[in-house]
Design a protein around this ligand. Structure first.
Ligand code: GLA
Length: 389
């Protein structure tokens, strides 16, 4: 049994004197390519990973939620009556936001007692917050005896984060946590929300290096990038009235309009517009098992994020540089919003050791501490199990 799952069940039994009524699991994600494209109606290619948030829960006869975060020994409680955006802070805002969004969509919820445990590193760019949202969404929905299409659940969790927690995230992370499949990446068209599963070749390993850097300004930097993309669309609409999002603009169209955009806005748009093309090229490369081309796309994505979108950091660039210096590494790039967090490297199985050592060595030489290194495997989206042992 996975450690975090066992811990959630163990703490639940200890605190409530009986086994949980259910346990829900929702995975974190690593985005292979397609960064900062989701909120531009573009394409993304994440994998759900074999690290997850677990929630062990039972219903309550009243409308109280009582939550225990087993990994950091904290507790939180709130009433389902009178939940308002901004009324809760910290980790409890995510489950509360999900409850708020579920009730607003017409699902009447019971109160619950719940214990949370997980092995998705927090604030590392691996979407522990989306995993927390989705785990509570499927748990609460099951306790209320209702069903809902997963697409609707993804939208609902995004709404919880946008409107209740106050982070303007896109929909990639919630989609990955709900639709991920073992052995596959998930191509998402973030406009239509159509998904396609893309097999990941057996011989490659996805290696993650967490820099440990958490930037205070990440949320404001993220929102600023979103606003810059919106400004690009507004200006481009004068020339191309039919466009609704950067998704609708081709690299050639952007070049034609270059003189009409401030330089910074042009560069932000260039990242998004070229990144969308890179996602589709990366999918084609995976489908014909051309890992060299796939890796080159990853490398180009990182350079675009570093130079045009400016969401990298010296720590991330160092990890990418070290990974790329090792034979058998196809490509490496930052994953998630950036400003800190993690990188991923796509590596031949035999090169995992050498790549890990190279990253640890260069990182330690430059920053005096070691990154956290671990391989991840593409895994299933969220699941609920009734009557845990
Ligand atoms: C965060 C957001 C996602 C996405 C990425 C950047 O993970 O939650 O919606 O925008 O950043 O690609």
């Amino acid at each position: 049994m996975i450690h975090a799952e066992a811990r959630a069940i163990h703490v639940f039994r200890e605190r409530f004197g009986e086994p949980p009524f259910l346990r829900a699991r929702a995975p974190g994600r690593v985005n292979l390519i397609g960064e900062h494209t989701d909120y531009n109606d573009g394409f993304v290619l994440p994998i759900a990973i074999d690290r997850a948030v677990w929630v062990a829960a039972r219903p309550r006869p009243d409308r109280q939620a009582y939550l225990i975060a087993a990994d950091f020994g904290e507790e939180a409680g709130f009433s389902l009556d009178g939940l308002r955006p901004g009324s809760l802070r910290g980790w409890a805002a995510y489950p509360a936001g999900v409850a708020w969004a579920l009730e607003r969509s017409g699902v009447h919820l019971p109160g619950l007692d719940a214990v949370i445990s997980g092995d998705v590193p927090i604030a590392s760019g691996l979407s522990s917050s989306a995993a927390l949202e989705v785990a509570f969404a499927v748990a609460w929905l099951t306790l209320s005896g209702r069903e809902m299409p997963r697409l609707e659940l993804a939208r609902l969790c995004q709404r919880a984060e946008n409107e209740f927690v106050g982070v303007r995230c896109g929909i990639m992370d919630q989609m990955a946590a709900l639709f991920g499949r073992r052995g596959h990446a998930l191509l998402i068209d973030c406009r239509s929300l159509e998904t396609r599963l893309i097999a990941i070749p057996e011989e490659v390993v996805v290696l993650v290096a967490d820099s440990g850097v958490r930037r205070e300004l990440a949320a404001s930097g993220y929102n600023e990038r979103r606003a810059q993309c919106e400004e690009a669309v507004r200006r481009l609409q004068r020339r191309y009235p039919g466009i609704r999002a950067l998704r609708d603009v081709s690299p050639a169209q952007l070049e034609e309009a270059r003189a009409e955009l401030p330089e910074l806005i042009y560069r932000r748009a260039r990242h998004v517009v070229t990144e969308n093309d890179r996602v589709l090229a990366a999918v084609a490369a995976l489908e014909r098992r051309d890992l060299l081309a796939f890796g080159e796309g990853l490398n180009a994505s990182h350079e675009s994020l570093r130079l045009d979108y400016e969401v990298s950091a010296p720590e991330l660039d160092t990890l990418v540089e070290a990974a790329r210096s090792v034979p058998g590494v196809y490509g490496a790039r930052l994953t998630g919003a950036g400003f800190g967090g993690s990188i991923l490297a796509v590596v031949q199985r035999e090169a995992v050791q050498a790549a890990s050592e190279a990253m640890a060595r260069l990182y330690e030489a430059r920053f005096g501490r070691r990154p956290a290194l671990f391989a991840v495997a593409p895994d299933e989206g969220a699941t609920v199990h009734l009557h845990a042992i």
